[in-house]
Design a protein around this ligand. Structure first.
Ligand code: BG6
Length: 479
């Protein structure tokens, strides 16, 4: 398929995270993270998988970087494990942890690959959870900013792209509303909003510090953006979409990009008695950080349908599909406001995620119109059961199709005037999925690993690896 030739500077990338890839969860002085603790309790993740093995990136980083270089990758986006560099979350630095990230960063640069670091991808040091309840306490803001300073100063001149916090909307929802992520609290709406307020302050302070210490660096936050479509033209459903956007999207995006909470959403949350205290100084800080933010990091997997939800209707917690048995996910929503039924026009993955490439174009256009900021697609990919076939290879034509359509949508959005800096496939290798074990594979490179965590970790490039190499080589013209 013929695509649009993107600019030579367009950053074709791939993403991964510390917890999902590194393994070595107690090696070389690493402290425990809240995920190490959470996943060690049986019944919480698919197949009781935890991060002890990951896909052994801690020991195989060199092999992976070589494979990236061979593919012509322009950017590698990964997260640093906070407790690997600060085992107690603050104070004492673990030099061996820093040395590991030195190898990865320098290894990228030596191969002509731009490193992009996410400072926080959910693996909070357990010590901070124990000391003061982690993100529930404002103390966590200062500790996060001190950690960010350490990283900025250490990697000054070597890392030019930074993400402060990944998907605050996802991990706080799972952590404080549905008990599916640490700290496993259920239906704690007031705390949920307080935690998010603390995260906004942490983001704003870390971003402004980064801009001061590294004036040439580009810094953003990444957000799991699932745009909402009204179910139909029933005005109640049109309003359900507005409510969905206020509470599920703009709540984060407006703070990041405009420096304040969405007005109608804030009015509603205040009315529910759930609004945290927000001082004038907080709002001034948000505005300063919004002006300084270089790009919006967009993690896009699917769009959502919004339909009016009666007061006794769907709740935010249902049965998520973490087994890959299609059709088992229940509808969730906010009683009295909206619910998110399946889209009758679109197919879904085995894990019930709607497949909607147009939604990515829609997302880029919405963000551009509302915020007028550059966009970086920091994650996009397909979770699928992959199998090694008789010839020993992995023929993932379905993933090529998915990525082709989504990249074409990004190119279309760029053609329409959206300023898109780069695009990252989630993920370079197969990884451990937080809740779904190893079956839900996303990688361009297959990794021999499974729920018993006794695989060899051998890497085999899939068909999608070779296809993405040709996309990169043609700057996006050959899809
Ligand atoms: C994003 C996260 O929400 O989705 C990733 O940033 C995650 O860490 C990805 O793995 C896919 O989610 P899942 O649940 O299918 O692994």
């Amino acid at each position: 398929m013929e695509g649009k030739q993107m600019d030579k500077n367009f950053l074709w990338g791939c993403s991964s995270t510390a917890y999902q890839s590194e393994g070595a969860s107690a090696e070389d002085g690493k402290g425990a993270s809240v995920w190490d603790t959470f996943a060690s309790v049986p019944g919480r993740t698919f197949g009781n998988t935890d991060g002890r093995v990951g896909v052994d990136f801690y020991h195989r980083w060199e092999e992976d970087l070589d494979l990236m270089a061979k593919m012509g990758l322009k950017l590698f986006h990964f997260s640093v494990s906070w407790p690997r560099v600060l085992p107690e979350g603050r104070g004492r630095v673990n030099e061996a942890g820093l040395a590991f990230y030195d190898k990865v960063v320098d290894g990228c640069r030596a191969r002509g690959i731009e490193p992009m670091i996410t400072l926080y991808h959910w693996d909070l040091p357990q010590a901070l959870e124990d000391a003061y309840g982690g993100w529930e306490s404002p103390q966590c803001i200062d500790d996060f900013v001190a950690y960010a300073r350490l990283m900025y100063e250490h990697f000054k001149g070597r890392v030019n792209y930074w993400i402060t916090i990944n998907e605050a909307n996802i991990f706080t929802r799972f952590g404080w509303l549905t008990a599916m992520h640490p700290p496993a609290k259920f239906d704690q709406k007031k705390l949920f909003f307080q935690v998010n307020h603390n995260l906004f302050l942490a983001h704003a302070k870390a971003l402004l510090l980064g801009k001061k210490l590294l004036p040439d660096a580009k810094i953003g936050a990444s957000f799991a953006y699932g745009p909402g479509y009204a179910f139909d033209c029933d005005p109640r459903n049109a309003e359900a979409r507005q409510n969905f956007d206020e509470l599920e999207n703009y709540w984060w995006l407006d703070v990041y990009c405009m420096g304040d909470y969405p007005l109608v959403g804030e009015h509603y949350v205040r009315g529910q008695g759930e609004m945290p205290d927000v001082s004038d100084a907080d709002r001034a800080l948000f505005r300063q950080a919004a002006d300084a933010m270089d790009f919006i990091g967009v993690n896009y997997y699917h769009s959502n349908v919004c339909e009016f939800n009666p007061p006794d209707g769907a709740m935010p917690f249902g049965y998520p599909n973490i087994t890959g048995a299609k059709g088992t996910e229940t509808v969730t929503g906010m009683p009295g406001l909206y619910k998110n039924p399946p889209n009758p026009y679109l197919h879904r993955t085995n894990w019930d995620w709607t497949i909607d490439a147009t939604g990515l174009k829609y997302a880029c256009r919405e963000l551009t119109s509302r915020y007028r900021k550059p966009i970086f697609i920091t994650e996009n990919g397909l979770g699928h059961l992959d199998h090694r076939e008789e010839d020993g290879k992995i023929h993932d034509g379905y993933r090529v199709k998915f990525l082709r359509q989504h990249i074409a949508a990004v190119e279309d959005a760029a053609r329409m005037g959206c300023d898109i800096l780069g695009y990252c496939v989630w993920a370079f290798t197969d990884l451990l999925s937080w809740l779904n074990g190893y079956r839900k594979r996303y990688g361009l490179v297959y990794v021999d690993q499974n729920e018993s965590m006794n695989g060899t970790n051998r890497r085999t490039p899939k068909d999608s690896y070779y296809w993405y190499a040709s996309v990169i080589a043609s700057d996006g013209r050959v899809l």
